[in-house]
Design a protein around this ligand. Sequence first.
Ligand code: IMP
Length: 427
Amino acid sequence: MPLIAVIGAQWGDEGKGKVVDLLAEKADLVVRFSGGPNAGHTVLNPYGEFRLHLVPSGIFYPHTRCLIGNGVVVSPAVLLEELEHLQKKEVDTSRLFISNRAHLIMPYHTLLDKLEEEARGSKALGTTRSGVGPAYMDKVARLGIRVGDLLDKEGLLSRLRFVLKQKNILLTKVYGTPPLSLKEIHHQYCQYGDRLAPFICDTEPLVKQALERGELILFEGAQGTLLDIDFGTYPYVTSSSPVVAGAFVGLGLSPTKIDYVLGVLKSYTTRVGGGPMPTELRGKTGESIRQIAHEYGATTGRPRRCGWFDAVAARFSTYINGFNGVALTRLDVLDTFASIKVCTGYKVNGDIIHQFPNNSAVLQRCQPIYEELPGWQCSTTHLRHFGELPPPAQSYVKRLEELINCPISIISVGPRREQTIIARPIL
Ligand code: IMP
């Protein structure tokens, strides 16, 4: 059985949660490999509606094991709250495994995320303020504290004493805030450790065994390619690698094992937080998309910036990840529009370009070149086969395939599992 990666191809919020929830029905293992509680995967299923920040979206299937890999940064407080909520809804959480190598989000990370954002003033990145950036900074600076450290209370105290000394200098001398208490943080994280202990383990052997048994493994991407620390719109990016390459270091697995990379693209574009977005619609049309689709951040509640589909950006993501196929989500959101635009190139400094610029300042100056396609102006939410889609909707999908140079395998026409069209088989 194969190994499938589900990867966000825009600026996050593409609907990966629904796609993973759908594919997880047949999966034995669902794995998160990057990001942290900044993610908000919305899943609507018979248990109810959920916004998952850390727990993989496969948790709802009784046969599926879920794994939080070493590449994830874990906030114990967020994770425990999420587990409690799932347990209250009678979802069995005993099949969750957390890598002992994953790094922890500590109270100084969330505090520094807020203070750094405030200090950036008008150049703020618009982070989710969940401490993700500062936690990854510490990982790379070799100042991190890992999930496995929670299991050794003495070791944790000694490590925390060393790290907190530096953090408190930063907090008091640079930001003028009171120091954090070693005793309080240690006590709190020992309690977290006691509660999370049953979930913590070496996760690499679990993936290895699943591969050896020929089980179906799903990688659940978080955020999106255009937020990638290397390939996104730097510096308006997250601090991890949401691209498929991130999965291999985020789990401890060889790239030769992957069978299928499924990109997830929304039928239009959204972005939350700062940074360039060439197809952003600031007027009535953008507001209509936001209202129809209820485009508000799952983690922060912030209104998402909305715009037409950007085929230049999507083509770039397709190349970077080598998508074998795409899941096109939220097609139904476009049901009422008389005409629909697609950005096929950019105009910048008098030139027309078809490559996604590597520089945010250049991207900021890019004006979209649009192709206008007829809308279909009827509901698609009840349709289950590609041939049933109104002809203009079929043409829209086919045009996107041409522009991004990748087959569209799945089309989502509503939030529920069954509101899905399988246009081409995956594998
Ligand atoms: P951070 O990841 O909280 O540091 O935020 C950095 C940027 O990534 C901000 O623009 C956030 O809005 C954005 N971001 C982070 N996670 C997500 C996500 O799951 N969906 C959409 N945007 C995200």
